[in-house]
Design a protein around this ligand. Sequence first.
Ligand code: NDP
Ligand code: GDR
Length: 324
Amino acid sequence: MSKRALITGITGQDGSYLAEFLLSMGYQVYGLVRRTSTVRYERIRHIQDQVTLVPGDMSDQTSLTRALQDVKPDEVYNLAAQSFVQTSWSQPVFTGDVTALGVTRMLDAILMVNPAIRFYQASSSEMFGKVQEVPQTEKTPFYPRSPYGVAKVYGHWITVNYRESYNLHASSGILFNHESPRRGLEFVTRKVTYHAAKIKLGLAKELRIGNLDSQRDWGFAGDYVRAMWLMLQQDSPDDFVVATGQTHSVQRLLELAFDVVGLKWQDYTVQDPAFVRPAEVDLLIGNPEKAGRVLGWEPHISFEQLVQMMVEADLAALKNGELT
Ligand code: NDP
Ligand code: GDR
């Protein structure tokens, strides 16, 4: 019989790639979706007839318990979160409720409904924040620099705690930044590729941006969802850093994206304090050695390929009217 997986956050970037991947592995895929006044399922529209959507919200315990009772999943992938770091300063309590306490709610629902369910928690390199070690590994101490990062540290440790307290098969993937043409427009990679494409097509004049010096270990989301699945196929649950092992600055991202459209980024970019954060994470670079050794995971798409893929996708989407 095929396995059943419940994905929270299925309408997000990672949720859509993970749903595609699990379908390709023969899974029955279910996705938790919250009620919104306007339905936005763009990222999963192409597979909507192959997945089953169930109502629920990470802030509502009853809805999570009911979702598990109805779906009877073998695996739960907890990707739902208020995931934008900048917003976590303006909505710190909401971020804590969904991104931190939401994890406890789901773990507790698993405990009540079926402790044999395997659980994946979407942890983040933002937990390293003001980094205590370069590169960062599973053993590097956390020093989060935003309400989002703090919430993710909580989510990570409650996952470890439920594993140790109740023997749950609960794993935490400490994923470094991963991007794609489906990345939200507010994140820096997509903001840059979208604006480079718009400027090239004469649809925009400038790009307003924050800190050019921060450095990130950027990979491709399609590669990273495979690591999530691999973690739940292991005999024992554990924590894994998932990263490329390379880092690049925001300025390098600008150079590459504008190169793709044959323009100079300096001619179109304006630095705007509105996009500078109250506290910055200056440098992230992960060591994926354990994921390689234990899971057999490695990334396939380079940063240069990723930026090119994203700019080309934005150019195409703007030209055919899918984006404005
Ligand atoms: P997105 O922001 O694209 O997606 C977030 C998802 O969470 C959406 O489906 C959203 O639903 C859902 N969601 C938000 N709040 C709730 C709620 N209260 N109840 C139910 N669902 C909710 O994030 P990504 O796909 O990029 O990231 C997936 C996860 O991985 C997140 O937890 C993120 O913090 C984490 N992560 C991401 C990294 C990255 O580089 N992308 C790196 C490390 C960790 P809706 O569509 O309704 O808004
Ligand atoms: P991040 O991603 O905060 O790392 O979190 P984001 O793309 O928002 O920022 C990366 C870096 O770019 C700098 N930056 C800007 N960022 C945005 N969004 N907009 C700008 O105009 C801009 N200018 C400079 C930022 O200051 C930062 O240093 C992402 C999210 O997906 C999290 O959910 C996830 O946990 C982490 O990655 C790993």
